[in-house]
Structure formats: structure tokens, C-alpha cells
Design a protein around this ligand. Structure first.
Ligand code: FE
Ligand code: FE
Ligand code: ZN
Length: 278
């Protein structure tokens, strides 16, 4: 069965998200751990979590994906910003243990004139300080569009970060379809080739989640502007191939398309209707 959901607001807690997911026929979802621009996280209510676990098992909701705030930059030249990244991620990972065994996704960061090499080192350093052998959460590096000085603009850069992390089994990758298309990977005309390259450079076993987004701009544009499924340059046919591809079909898919709940519901229904079950 297709595991698909979308980005939901975490403002009202976990149980509220499960109910929203049910409404739009999603069987997973993504959420921000706190305000996407950073700041203090809302306290986790143990009652809410308990209720959520009941709802989740009733609805078959699994593989939650938490998303770190956008302002988190592990490779900023400013120490204060790196410190914020450390504190935020450490706190987020503590909070994730209320819902064990899920994934936590973050944007590797922007090196801001320090150079990619320095950026990669700082990101790995942060991860080495934060990851704990006892954690049950897998931390995912997101593939980026290569806007500005973003690190993670290609598979090699992610591999270089992963290579420097000591607790390898706590790490994985989240593939964002809009980002890699904007980054120059032609998933429209060469999905097999792109996934082969991913496997060669990073290893498909490291791929844990897919952000399913169409792109407003073209191949290699480095823009990072998401479009609704079928309304961007990637298009419907390519999306259908993506959710059915043998290397991807069992992964959880998360929509981050510009939609309200009704729009997400329509996209989920469409994607379920074009899913080919063996
Ligand atoms: Fe993201
Ligand atoms: Fe994304
Ligand atoms: Zn994006």
C-alpha cells in the first residue's frame, strides 16, 4: 500500500494531526517540530502522545517525519547560529523519543562564503556531537536545490557528510523531488539513471523518505519553488512513475505542495488512484 501524507500543522498537537490525516486519507504525515522560523517548542503533552498512539494504530498511521526549522543552519559562519542549530536539534531529538522509531529531517545548511568543504565539516561535526547510540530516531539529510550556498546540492555532498558521521546507522537521506530536479537531476526523462546514480553515490539503503513536490521552475534552475502535483515542470506522468518505481514505492511520501487540506486530499486521492499494486 502507498504510504502517503502531507505536511500538517503541529500547533494543536499529535492527536489533532492524526485526525487531520484521517480526514484527508493520509496514512502518514510530516510536521514542524516548532515554529519553522525557530524559537521555543511547545511542551509535549503526555496525554496527547498517549491518545495519538491509539489513534495512529487505529488508522494505520506510521513513519512520521519531523522537519527541523528552516533557520537551523549547522554550517553558518556565525557561532551563535551554529549554537542555535545544536540546541534546537538536541532538543528536537529528545522530543522525538515520545514517538519512537520515526525520522527527523533537516536541511544540511548554507555555508555562506565559507566554502562547501568547510560546510560539510561543520555539519558532520554537529551530528557527531548530537547523535546518541540509544536514540531510536533516524536523522535525515534532505537533498537540496542548490539555492545560494546550500550544502547538499548534489548526491556527492550528502555522501561526504555521511562519511564523516560516526553513528552511521542513525543517518539517512530524504529525497525531495522538486529539489533534485532543480538541482539538475532529470527525474522526468531519466528516473532510472538518477536513482542508479543515487545508489552508486549514496546507496539506496540510506533513502528513508521522499518529499513529493512538483517544481515551478525547470531542470537545473536551483530555485526551490514547489508546485502542485502535475502543475509544474515535473508533471503528472513523472509523478506516477516516481510513486510506482521499485526503488521508491515502499518509502513514505510526503507532499509539501502549495495546498490547503482539501487540496492535499485531492492529491492523495489522485496518487492512490494511479498506484499500481502488484
Ligand atoms: Fe525541507
Ligand atoms: Fe522538502
Ligand atoms: Zn523546498
Amino acid at each position: 500500500m502507498l504510504t502517503i501524507g502531507c505536511h500538517l500543522s503541529s500547533a494543536k498537537g499529535y492527536t489533532a494531526m492524526a485526525k487531520e490525516a484521517e480526514k484527508i486519507k493520509a496514512n502518514t504525515f510530516q510536521f514542524f517540530t516548532r515554529n519553522p522560523r525557530g524559537g521555543k517548542a511547545k511542551a509535549i503533552g503526555p496525554k496527547d502522545v498517549e491518545q495519538f498512539h491509539l489513534e495512529a494504530s487505529r488508522l494505520g498511521i506510521q513513519k512520521l517525519l519531523a522537519h527541523a526549522p528552516y533557520t537551523l543552519n549547522a554550517c553558518s559562519p556565525e557561532e551563535k547560529v551554529r549554537e542555535f542549530a545544536y540546541n534546537t536539534m538536541a532538543d528536537d531529538l529528545r522530543r522525538m523519543e515520545y514517538t519512537p522509531g520515526n525520522c527527523y529531517n533537516f536541511h544540511p545548511g548554507s555555508h555562506v562564503k565559507q566554502g562547501t568543504e568547510k560546510g560539510i565539516e561543520q555539519i558532520a561535526e554537529l551530528l557527531n556531537q548530537i547523535l546518541k547510540p540509544e536514540q531510536t530516531t533516524t536523522v535525515l539529510l534532505e537533498t537540496m536545490a542548490g539555492k545560494g550556498s546550500e550544502v547538499g546540492r548534489n548526491f556527492q555532498e550528502l555522501r561526504e557528510i555521511l562519511d564523516r558521521v560516526k553513528l552511521q546507522d542513525k543517518m539517512g537521506v530524504c529525497l525531495d523531488t522538486c529539489h533534485i530536479y532543480d538541482g539538475g537531476y532529470d527525474i522526468v526523462n531519466g528516473l532510472d539513471e538518477v536513482l542508479y546514480e543515487f545508489d552508486q553515490v549514496i546507496g539506496l539503503s540510506r533513502l528513508k523518505a521522499v518529499h513529493l513536490n512538483d517544481s515551478m521552475y525547470g531542470l537545473g534552475s536551483h530555485k526551490d519553488r514547489h508546485a502542485k502535483i502535475g502543475e509544474g515542470k515535473i508533471g503528472k506522468e513523472a509523478m506516477i512513475r516516481i510513486i510506482n518505481h521499485p526503488a521508491l514505492r515502499d518509502l513514505p511520501f510526503y507532499l509539501e505542495t502549495p495546498n490547503d487540506l482539501a487540496g492535499y486530499e485531492r492529491e492523495i486521492a489522485f496518487l492512490r488512484s494511479v498506484r499500481q499494486e502488484p
